[in-house]
Design a protein around this ligand. Structure first.
Ligand SMILES: [Cu+2]
Length: 122
């Protein structure tokens, strides 16, 4: 392989690497941030006896989905026990509620009342 051909090959390789790096960077930049998905939903994870994030801010009409990632059952119950109330959620089970009216909704887990969280609807 002569020098001229070798440098052409290196140039091509560098161009490809830069192109792939740019593509990867652009795709990461376009990805929606967590918790603000294009579907309009918001997710709350139940893990290690904690609602995470403990406070979520959403706009009216947003559906919030809780997913139990613990290996013990949890519930999602509004403080007034009537606005929303899930059944006992086993591991990986979900509960969803659509918040149509603005306000501050505090909730807890009826199995472990020290587990609390709130949804602020704007
Ligand atoms: Cu619980």
């Amino acid at each position: 392989m002569n020098t001229r051909k070798a440098s052409w090959m290196i140039g091509l390789a560098v161009t490809l690497v830069v192109a792939f790096a740019l593509m990867a960077w652009t795709q990461r930049g376009l990805a929606a941030p967590p918790g603000d998905k294009a579907s309009g939903g918001t997710e709350v994870k139940i893990d290690n006896f904690t609602f995470g994030p403990a406070t979520v801010k959403v706009s009216a009409g947003t559906t919030v989905t809780w997913t139990n990632r613990d290996d013990v059952p949890h519930t999602v119950v509004s403080d007034d026990k009537t606005t929303f109330k899930s059944k006992a959620l086993d591991t990986d089970e979900q509960f969803s509620f659509t918040f149509s009216k603005p306000g501050k909704y505090s909730y807890f887990c009826s199995v472990h009342p020290k587990m609390t969280g709130e949804v602020i609807v704007q």
